[in-house]
Ligand binder design. Structure first.
Ligand SMILES: [Zn+2]
Length: 418
């Protein structure tokens, strides 16, 4: 892989050069070596930031966006989403995942944590697009179909497609997976060292139902059944909205990652109760996601970050909560950390996952503070260049194969309408 040299780019408000070699950031400064064989990127009029980690989504669901808007959750699932999903075959998931990756690249995301079906098809799509994906095997009920053989076969297909892909185990939730299934998945996650991704405490009803069925709250159920211990440091709890103080302590003790999905929670009327400050103070790794586009309608992490920040400030009546430097950690470094990747900061010795934003975008005119411009004024379309693992996946907003992805996405989406 040829080195990449980004020249005269704004980094932390100062003009500098960034050198990338063998997927790592190897030099930052005005006096760094400039290898003659380097691909040169003119960074004038651009600012560099770490790229984003979308830690909870269902990529291929982007083909369903706009179906059943404004319906109550159960009716939305029963009448719109589940009937459409019956028509989603491997080919549709492939193009849906391609479309999702295209949107993620165009808005600055280079890592996403997914939960869906037809994993080999999704893996092929993500590999072709050149970004990172953690693809979760969706499990329901007792999870009997998840065996060592079926796992190994899927793992080989997913991880064999690209070095940037990882497989994970994703029991859907405590209300759709039995106790036996939750433990079975945890044992598999332990045996193979994978992430264990699960929807947790998304609604108040889910918590009440868990209390009625299991006589404890969702995270307490995971502790009682030994799941938290088996998945130590590898559990990603998507949503994690309705938590007790005891549950937050359990999450901290077992190094759980919580993934907040503000757009999805608001649009589905799940209520707003994300306990950011409490989780952070307890030492829980807080990350951000969009959820699938069926509920969030886009995969724009800048928008998700802005929503999270404004909601936290508004609900707590405190504008000092979640300042932009902390928001950058939530949207990038914390997600990469959960995935075991040494990225999320632009520093020498870090993995080269980064973006350049266009400072001619009106969000940055005039510009007093680039981070404020990025999170409080810009949208995903301010992203001009995306580098993932030391490779350029977008430059001047051009992504290879975009036209075909659009055409195929329209065709496959048409077949899904009830
Ligand atoms: Zn979800």
């Amino acid at each position: 892989m040829e080195p990449i040299l980004i020249e005269n780019v704004l980094l932390n408000e100062k003009s500098t050069n960034i050198l990338i070699e063998n997927s790592m950031i190897t030099g930052i400064g005005t006096q760094i070596p400039m290898p003659v064989n380097a691909i040169r990127i003119d960074g004038r009029g651009k600012a560099a930031f770490p790229s984003f980690a979308n830690m909870h989504t269902h990529a291929a669901m982007t083909l369903l966006k706009g179906l059943g808007s404004d319906l109550p959750l159960q009716q939305w699932l029963n009448d719109s989403i589940w009937p459409a999903e019956k028509h989603l075959d491997g080919e549709a998931v492939y193009w849906g995942a391609k479309l999702a990756c295209l949107e993620m690249i165009k808005s600055g995301t280079t890592l996403f944590n997914d939960m869906y079906f037809h994993l080999p098809n999704a893996a092929k799509a993500v590999a072709e697009m050149g970004i990172r994906g953690i693809l979760g095997i969706n499990v329901f009920g007792d999870g009997d179909e998840l065996t060592d053989d079926s796992f190994r076969q899927l793992r080989d297909q997913v991880e064999g497609a690209s070095d940037l892909l990882k497989i994970s185990i994703a029991p859907h939730s405590v209300y759709t997976v039995s106790e036996k299934g939750l433990v079975h998945c945890a044992e598999m996650s332990h045996r193979y060292g994978t992430i264990y991704q699960i929807h947790m405490s998304e609604t108040e009803k889910e918590v009440q139902d868990c209390l009625a069925t299991h006589n404890c709250r969702p995270y307490e159920l995971l502790e009682r059944t030994g799941v938290l211990e088996l998945t130590e440091g590898r559990l990603v709890g998507a949503h994690s909205l309705y938590l007790s103080r005891e549950e937050i302590a359990l999450m901290a003790r077992h190094h759980v990652t919580a993934t907040h999905n503000p757009a999805s929670n608001l649009k589905l009327g799940s209520g707003y109760r994300f306990l950011y400050s409490e989780l952070r103070e307890a030492g829980v790794n807080v990350t951000l996601g969009t959820d699938g586009s069926a509920s969030s309608n886009n995969l724009d992490m800048i928008e998700a970050a802005r929503l999270m920040s404004y909601l936290q400030k508004g609900v707590r009546q405190d504008p000092t909560v979640l300042p932009t430097t902390e928001l950058m950690k939530v949207v990038s470094e914390n997600g990469f950390k959960a995935a075991g990747i040494n990225a999320g900061r632009i520093e020498t010795g870090k993995v080269a996952d980064l973006i350049l934003v266009d400072l001619e975008n009106l969000a940055f005119v005039p510009m007093h503070d680039t981070l404020s411009g990025l999170f409080y004024a810009a949208h995903g379309d301010a992203v001009d260049t995306v580098i993932c693992n030391g490779r350029i996946v977008m430059h001047n907003r051009h992504v290879e194969g975009e036209e075909e992805i659009r055409t195929q996405a329209f065709q496959h989406a048409r077949k899904l309408r009830p």
